[in-house]
Design a binder for this molecule. Structure first.
Ligand code: GLN
Length: 522
């Protein structure tokens, strides 16, 4: 059963129609609320729907337009927020029991920026508890389901946000991406998701999971909308000391630019399914044969329908004028291992603050230590406890050097190898996720299997580089497939530029499919 939005509407069109009085913000909000009321009991995208508040805000915007006032760039656009973004006076749970009853005393900077542009926060979306997971099944409030097929997961951890956009419950959403949590669920739900350069978007008010990896990213139905949201949320923030002050360009001009002359590398280690290389690319690649051992050492488990799509994406970029070449970054295969030491290590420290004293729920005990243990035992779910234990172990005396420090060295190696790769290419391409959306419950029994979902997305978090997932047709099961484009620090304009080319090709193919023709080049 599919619940995807039938009439995709764009953020930019909606905002300009609202600003000129052709469309009432109230009607946009009502339409989303109606869809949510009808369908979210099957999807479970929202932890909280802010219906009254959204209606009131939309009326204020409509009144301002009638008075002839200038309204913001996102006037009347309903946006869903992952429930780990602080909203002043509005429950923010991280889908955890431990934060039950907590009301943040401030707004996250991204929330403030959205509201300053007259966006309407329509609700808070479900996630894997504290953003730890790849399927949104680790939520204390029950799973979210994929709008394309409700027997499948939406991906995670921002599965509530990507499902909300894909189902038409909101025109856009924000998620957080620590190891792939914006891009992987975007791929599985057939929407666009960007992880910006580390520091490009303020983390102030994002509840920390692994602070050196976390970034907030936009989720939207199309590339132009993702770019419009990115422009609003990005930029320097004195409240986040890791925020970058580098000036921000407007994205619009890049969307039409095409890829002529761009050099795009196919990241061999993440694309190394035999299907991809059996398909001889001598006709596509400008230079360099792929060394056999690169293919041998490539990550396992990239499904053949996904590899086929990467092949089509590569051919699409080539036909659009890009120069393609295979690129090897050997340490990319070590990303998953390094991530599962670094992220839990940071998480074990970040989550120490949930002690029953400062935030949320408390279970009493005979003394503070017992209270602390009882609160954390009752308040955290299984996966969060697993991460805290992994992280505490990796940081403990004697193991610190063997595990945590080694992982940091791998991270440095990856940075060096990616920097070298970007001397030869402008962008890298790979799948976003190894497979299409999987069945609910099919990976929950095996954490390692679940962790594998992020094998392609994690490298960009470890290096801090930006990466985007763009929908590119569907797999053998008819479910969406996403292509990942990665670039060096601050290359978001280039990512949008190339993603727009893939999006256009995928749209033409969708039209061609309906008429029985093929649009793929090569
Ligand atoms: N799925 C990864 C994890 O479980 C990434 C999560 C994220 O990006 N927040 O840690």
């Amino acid at each position: 059963m599919s619940v995807i939005a039938k009439t995709p509407v764009s953020i930019t069109d909606t905002a300009s129609a609202v600003a000129t009085g052709q469309l009432s913000a109230r009607s946009v909000v009502d339409e989303c609320l109606e869809r949510i009321a009808k369908q979210d009991d099957r999807i479970g995208a929202f932890n909280l729907v802010l219906a009254d508040r959204a209606r009131e805000q939309s009326e204020n915007i409509d009144d301002a337009v009638i008075r002839g006032e200038t309204v913001g760039r996102l006037a009347g656009v309903p946006i869903a927020l992952k429930d780990n973004l602080c909203t002043r006076g509005i429950a923010t749970t991280c889908s955890s029991r431990i934060l039950e009853g907590w009301l943040p005393p401030y707004d996250a900077t991204v929330v403030k920026r959205l509201q300053d542009e007259d966006a309407i926060i329509i609700g808070k979306t479900n996630l894997d508890e504290f953003a730890m997971g790849s399927s949104t099944e680790n939520s204390a409030f029950g799973p979210t389901r994929n709008p394309h097929d409700i027997s499948r997961v939406p991906g995670g951890s921002s599965g509530g946000s990507t499902a909300a956009v894909s189902a038409g419950f909101a025109l856009g959403a924000l998620g957080s991406d620590t190891g792939g949590s914006v891009r992987q669920p975007a791929a599985l739900c057939g929407v666009v998701g960007l992880k910006p350069t580390y520091g490009r978007v303020s983390r102030y008010g994002l509840i920390a999971f692994a602070s050196s990896l976390d970034q907030i990213g936009p989720i939207a139905l199309n590339v132009a909308d993702a770019a419009a949201l990115f422009e609003v949320i990005a930029g320097h923030d004195p409240l986040d000391s890791t925020s970058i002050s580098h000036p921000l360009q407007t994205m619009e001009k890049f969307l039409e630019k095409g890829v002529s002359g761009l050099r795009v590398g196919v990241l061999s280690e993440l694309t190394g399914s035999s299907v991809f290389y059996e398909n001889n690319h001598k006709d596509v690649f400008a230079s360099a044969d792929i060394a056999d051992d690169t293919v041998q050492h490539a990550v396992q488990g990239i499904a053949s329908d996904v590899a086929t799509k990467v092949d089509q994406a590569v051919r699409t970029l080539k036909a659009a004028g890009a120069t393609l070449m295979p690129v090897s970054v050997p340490s990319a295969t070590l990303g998953l291992s390094a991530y599962y030491l670094i992220a839990p290590a940071e998480a074990s420290s970040n989550l120490a603050r949930y002690d029953g004293v400062h935030f949320g729920s408390r279970v009493d005990g005979n003394n503070s230590s017992e209270m602390n243990t009882a609160t954390r035992t009752a308040g955290f779910g299984v996966e969060v406890k697993r991460r805290i234990m992994l992280g505490t172990y990796a940081l403990s005396a004697g193991y610190y050097e063997a595990f945590y420090e080694k992982a940091l060295r791998v991270r440095t190696l990856m940075l060096q190898e990616f920097a070298k790769a970007y001397e030869d290419v402008d962008l890298l391409i790979s799948p976003t996720a190894p497979t299409t959306a999987f069945e609910l419950g099919s990976k929950t029994f095996d954490p390692m299997l679940m962790y594998m979902s992020d094998v392609c997305t994690i490298p960009a978090n470890l290096t801090g580089h930006p990466a985007i997932s763009v929908p590119f047709g569907s797999g053998d099961d008819g479910l969406p497939i996403g292509i990942q484009l990665m670039g060096p620090a601050l290359s978001e304009p280039l990512l949008f530029q190339a993603a727009a080319v893939l999006e256009q090709a995928a749209d033409s193919q969708a039209v061609a499919d309906r008429t029985g023709k093929t649009a793929w080049p090569g």
